[in-house]
Design a protein around this ligand. Sequence first.
Ligand code: HPA
Length: 272
Amino acid sequence: MNLFDKIQATAAFIREKVTGNPKIGIILGSGLGGLIDLVDIETEILYEDIPNFPVSTVKGHSGHFVSGKLSGVDVILMSGRFHYYEGYGMEVVTFPVRVMKALGVETLILSNAAGGTNPGFAIGDLMILKDHINLFPEHPLRGPNDDRLGTRFPDMGQTYDHQLIEVAKSIAAEKGIIVRSGIYIGLQGPTFETPAEYRWLHTIGGDAVGMSTVPEAIVARHGGMKVFALSVITDIGISDEPVFITHEEVLEAANLAAPKMASLVAALVTRI
Ligand code: HPA
């Protein structure tokens, strides 16, 4: 089956189970699944039960597809995403974004855990993505272009919607949540970076680095969706001392910051 037909088949399966008319899709990153607790869940489907969906392989990335109401607004949520480092091709990594688009989603909210490459950042900070640098070794749009999914050469001048960024900043200010904004660099992982790499990533303009989000944002823009993305800074790579980072620490820091992120996103969906 070609990609377009696969998307349609998966969307048809999910559409039957989804109530309401969700125009907002949310993908939750590592340790950030807590937002689900704020959702009045109407439908919950395990990834393994969804046709054409792969099964996530990483601890802390539980795979659920949820639809329901967040702050009274219909949303679709994915708790757990597919990473390139798991061995999936880019078509698989970004497949859920295509399915959300086919389901009628117009705005995609992405979240992730990321390492700070900006020495002014601290663990637990929230960072709104204002742009990204794509350092993945494979582009998600490589290969023949299906014009039904988007144009061959998509513009990336405003990958992260400026208006949504402004709204999110004002919500954060109202709630007394400190947010940074910055540039996210997407790398394949699965290693965390060497000290030299963290410094280099800062030099080339990065404020944070992570192993997700960029392919999904590109595919969402290809499909004409608006994108908003948020990082939780779970470690700081730039330091005069050697820094040792574990996945457990990343999850722990993400869990601690998750309530701030959840409160911001819960308010944001009411203003889209
Ligand atoms: N580097 C890459 N990905 C990450 C990091 C990091 O330091 N922290 C959380 N995800």
